[in-house]
Structure formats: structure tokens, C-alpha cells
Write a protein that binds this ligand. Structure first.
Ligand code: MG
Length: 444
């Protein structure tokens, strides 16, 4: 090619590319200027949506702004004391927030946390959690981005989960585990009932053992022997590859917890959950120094500061944060980042008493962090999906978020109204007591 023609064509091509780039930059700049010029949304209303599509009482906070169509949702569920959350939102948080900017999430969290003077009340934490997640939803909707993008973007494609396999008898629990494995799950939590006793995470089996009262009975040594028999059978039947988890549900004494962890070593658990109660966390070094069984802890923590001793001394492997209890996404991401420094991984508490909005909030944080460990999975029925649109989707044991702005979810409030709390329940959704054979209360 003629030298002049070659350079002429190249220059023309460069000029054309330059014009396109300039046009793109101009368009991007116009969008950026429009967004920068957008007035800060102000909070117009804070309301509560309550429903129980699976029998479990769910509470969601909706924050509405003064910008048309700009609102957000957050999970505020506290199923055991559900009726306390609505007045906490309506009588204390709503008046405080009306007219305040919806785009100052950290500032709002600190205002709410400090303005009650006494911190870490469970029901106020739920209310704060709902508002906090709703503000993140609003921020995402305003930016036109899913929240995980606001958190830095994806660090993984989808969220690995574990399902709950349980039974009154050991074969029943193992069959339940096989069903999860057949669906592609790589992790399963297994629990079994104890004959004559109130189990945890399973139905009780057989005749009740003699007791000096009429409450459900729990007896530690029998439960421990039963758990070990379950894992012996599970490893024989399920093989070495499946990751197995178990929840001790804070029911053992510190010395029993050490022994249980040591006895379970041969079955190579993915983790043992809540070997001790929150009141006994100073015993964790004792367990840690004597066993290689991985430890998960924290679903009952209210304050983000409760994590500090366990993380800084590397006494646990997994953080069981409950996003509707600890104050929302804002403290959850801080604790997760703190854990990353010490190589402690996340294992968010994900039972049925976290609403689908809360499950999605956990999914977005899980997507964006490096120290993700595992996610507890709860199945959602058709009634739940009729109310909550855009729930995290399950495929082969992995949860997937959608790519819509905010949480990518909407709530059908008319459908929610069709599933009110059960007002005939004598406990009003609360849990009953569990006792030792002599009548002493057992932690749960
Ligand atoms: Mg648990």
C-alpha cells in the first residue's frame, strides 16, 4: 500500500475511533452529571410489612423516599417476639427518620444506634436492620446497580450452601441427607432426634423419658451419644466426600463441648455450630487448644462487638452472623472485613426466620467478599415466592442473585396480607421451654 494512503487510512480510522470515544465519553459524562445533580432523596415514610407464608413470622421494613418510585426493603424479622418490632419501627424509628436523607447509610445507622442510648436491644436491632438494608436497596436502585456492585463487585459467581437433613431416627436423617446430595449439594447439616427427648433440629422419637415435669426434656449425655452414632452411620452411608455439619445449639457444658469436638474429629466435620452459649465464649480457647474440629459461632450475637474476642484470637473458623439481628448489612460487612484479616470465614445464619429480603442481602455480601465460607439455605415455598419476587435462586446447591438494581426484589403487599400472623397461637409465635429431667431450664 502507498505510504501516504496507509497512514491516511490509519489516521482516518484513528480519528473515527476518537470521535466514537469522545461521543461515548460525552454521553457518560452527561449521565454522571445528571446523577451528580440528582437531589438527595429524603425519607418520606417508613412502614412495616408482616406475613407468615411458611408459618414463621416475617417482618420487613419498607423505606419510601420523596423521589417517585424510589424505595427499598430490609429484613427486620424477630420471629420469637415478632410483635415488638412493628412498634419499634413505627413509634421510634419512623418519626426520627422522616425528612432525613436516604443516601447517608452509615450516618443513619450511627444515629439509630446511639439515639436509643442503651444499645443492642434485640427488637431495636431488628428495626435498625430493616432500615439499614432498605437504605442499601435504595442506594442500589438509585445507582441502577445491584448492591454487590456497590460493595466492590463479585468475588465469586454464586453462593455455596448447606441444607438441613434431619429425622427422628438415624436412617431417616441419612435419607434426608441423600436427597440434598442428589440435588447437587456439597454440604449438609445433619441432626437426629433422641428417643424420649426434645431434640434440636429434628423431631423427638419414641416414648418420653421419666421427668419431674411436663415440659420437653433434654439430657446432654444421651444427646451427645446419639450425635456420635449419627455421624458414624453418616460417614459409612454417605462416604468421605460430602461435607457434614452439626449444630450443638449451645446445649452442652464447656467440658462436654470439648469432648464432643474431640469425639467428632474422626468424622471430619465441616464445622460444629454453637458448641457453647454466648455467655460462655471465654471457654473457647479451651476447646480450640484441644481439638481440630472446625468451630462456628455467633447466631445469637446482637452487637457487632461480640465478635471481637473470637476473631482477634482466631478462636473460631466461621462467623454465624444473623443479618436481621445484628443491625443489618452495614455492621455485617464490617465484621466480615474484620474476619478477613484473621482468616475467619462467614457462615451467615440463614434459617426460615430470615425473610427472603434478608437472604438476598446475605447473598449480595457473600458475593462480594473474599472470606466467604458457606451459607445456610432454607427452602422457600410457593406462597413465599408469591409475596417475594426475585428471591435468590437455587441451582445444584448454589444460590444465585439476579442482576437487577438494589436487592433486585419486589414485594406484593396484597399477597403478603393473605398470610397474616397466626393469632390463635397461644405462644404468639414464641418458643416454649426445654428442661432437664429434674426440671431445670436448658439453654436453646
Ligand atoms: Mg444454629
Amino acid at each position: 500500500m502507498d505510504r501516504r494512503k496507509f497512514f491516511g487510512a490509519a489516521m482516518a480510522s484513528t480519528a473515527a475511533a476518537g470521535m466514537v470515544a469522545a461521543k461515548d465519553a460525552k454521553a457518560q459524562d452527561a449521565v454522571a452529571r445528571a446523577a451528580r445533580g440528582m437531589p438527595s432523596p429524603k425519607i418520606r415514610d417508613v412502614s412495616v410489612i408482616e406475613c407468615a407464608p411458611q408459618g414463621v413470622r416475617l417482618t420487613v421494613v419498607k423505606v419510601t423516599t420523596d423521589q417517585p418510585g424510589l424505595y427499598g426493603y430490609g429484613c427486620a424479622t424477630y420471629t420469637q417476639r415478632a410483635d415488638l418490632v412493628k412498634p419499634a419501627v413505627e413509634k421510634y424509628i419512623r418519626p426520627f427518620l422522616i425528612g432525613k436523607p436516604a443516601d447517608r447509610i452509615e450516618d443513619t445507622w450511627q444515629m439509630l444506634y446511639n439515639s436509643s442510648y442503651w444499645r443492642n436491644a434485640a427488637d431495636l436491632n431488628n428495626a435498625m436492620s430493616g432500615v439499614d438494608q432498605a437504605l442499601w436497596d435504595i442506594k442500589g436502585r438509585q445507582a441502577g446497580l445491584p448492591v454487590y456492585q456497590l460493595l466492590g463487585g463479585k468475588a465469586r459467581e454464586a453462593i455455596d450452601t448447606y441444607g438441613h437433613a434431619s429425622g427422628s431416627e438415624i436412617p431417616e436423617a441419612i435419607d434426608a441427607a441423600k436427597k440434598y446430595i442428589a440435588q447437587g449439594f456439597r454440604h449438609v447439616r445433619i441432626q437426629v432426634g433422641v428417643p424420649g427427648m426434645a431434640g434440636y433440629g429434628s423431631r423427638a422419637g419414641g416414648t418420653r423419658i421419666p421427668a419431674l415435669h411436663n415440659a420437653p426434656v433434654f439430657e446432654r449425655e444421651g444427646a451427645k451419644r446419639r450425635a456420635l452414632a449419627l455421624f458414624e452411620a453418616a460417614r459409612k452411608e454417605l462416604g468421605p466426600e460430602i461435607e457434614l455439619l452439626h449444630d450443638a445449639h449451645e446445649r452442652y457444658t464447656p467440658s462436654e463441648a470439648v469432648q464432643l469436638c474431640k469425639d467428632l474429629e474422626q468424622y471430619r466435620l465441616f464445622f460444629l455450630e454453637d458448641p457453647l452459649s454466648p455467655e460462655d465464649i471465654m471457654w473457647f480457647p479451651n476447646i480450640r487448644n484441644q481439638t481440630s474440629t472446625p468451630l462456628a459461632m455467633g447466631e445469637l450475637f446482637n452487637s457487632p462487638h461480640e465478635w471481637t474476642p473470637l476473631i482477634k484470637d482466631r478462636l473460631i473458623d466461621y462467623m454465624r452472623m444473623h443479618i436481621s439481628q445484628m443491625g443489618g448489612l452495614t455492621p455485617a460487612r464490617k465484621v466480615a472485613a474484620f474476619g478477613e484479616i484473621f482468616n475467619v470465614r462467614t457462615a451467615f445464619h440463614g434459617p426460615g426466620d430470615v425473610s427472603p429480603i434478608g437472604h438476598m442481602a446475605m447473598t449480595h455480601l457473600n458475593l462480594s467478599i473474599t472470606n466467604f465460607g458457606i451459607q445456610e439455605y432454607s427452602e422457600m415455598n410457593d406462597a413465599t415466592r408469591e409475596i417475594f419476587h426475585g428471591v435468590p435462586e437455587m441451582k445444584n446447591g448454589y444460590l444465585w442473585a439476579n442482576d437487577k438494581p438494589g436487592w433486585g426484589m419486589e414485594i406484593d403487599e396484597a399477597a403478603a396480607a393473605k398470610h397474616p400472623f397466626n393469632r390463635t397461637d397461644p405462644m404468639n409465635g414464641g418458643w416454649g421451654e426445654v428442661r432437664l429431667p429434674d426440671g431445670q431450664i436448658v439453654k436453646q
